[in-house]
Design a protein around this ligand. Structure first.
Ligand code: ZN
Length: 142
């Protein structure tokens, strides 16, 4: 909790200057992720080389948490293979449920900025939207 200001800064930064919020031509996978309870609506776009995510981006609209979370996620999964990306997603889901260990939270780097969402049930669907869409895009189901 003592780092709350720092975490908010990370989220704000990803909202003001998202690195991956743009169109991606020739994406191999395009999948829409919707969170009706908040109005978040994104299109996740991924380029794949076999199992490896070589590039990614998203477009769409939504609240600050959904947009920051998707932007942070893309920074983490680009360059990773499908299994690695899904494993990160699992840890992220655990963190959001308040079940992750400190070590697991640390491994999420910038995404750990969203750990306090575990105490804000109304925002959980916003925080996991990008990750949920990624999982679906990778062929997994909830
Ligand atoms: Zn939202």
């Amino acid at each position: 909790m003592e780092n709350k200001g720092f975490y908010n800064e990370i989220l704000t930064e990803h909202n003001i200057r998202p690195e991956f919020k743009h169109d991606l031509e020739d994406a191999d996978i395009v999948l829409e992720g919707v969170n009706p309870s908040c109005g978040d609506d994104i299109f996740l776009k991924l380029k794949m080389d076999g199992d490896v995510i070589t590039d990614g981006a998203f477009i769409g609209d939504g609240c600050a948490i959904s947009q920051a979370s998707a932007d942070i996620m893309l920074g983490m999964v680009i360059g990773k293979n499908k299994d690695e990306a899904l494993a990160m997603g699992e840890i992220f889901m655990k963190m959001i449920k308040g079940e992750a260990t400190d070590e697991e939270i640390d491994s999420l780097e910038e995404a750990s900025a969203l750990k306090d969402i575990a105490h804000m049930p109304a925002r959980v669907k916003c925080a996991v939207l990008g990750w949920r869409t990624l999982k679906e895009a990778m062929g997994g189901r909830e």
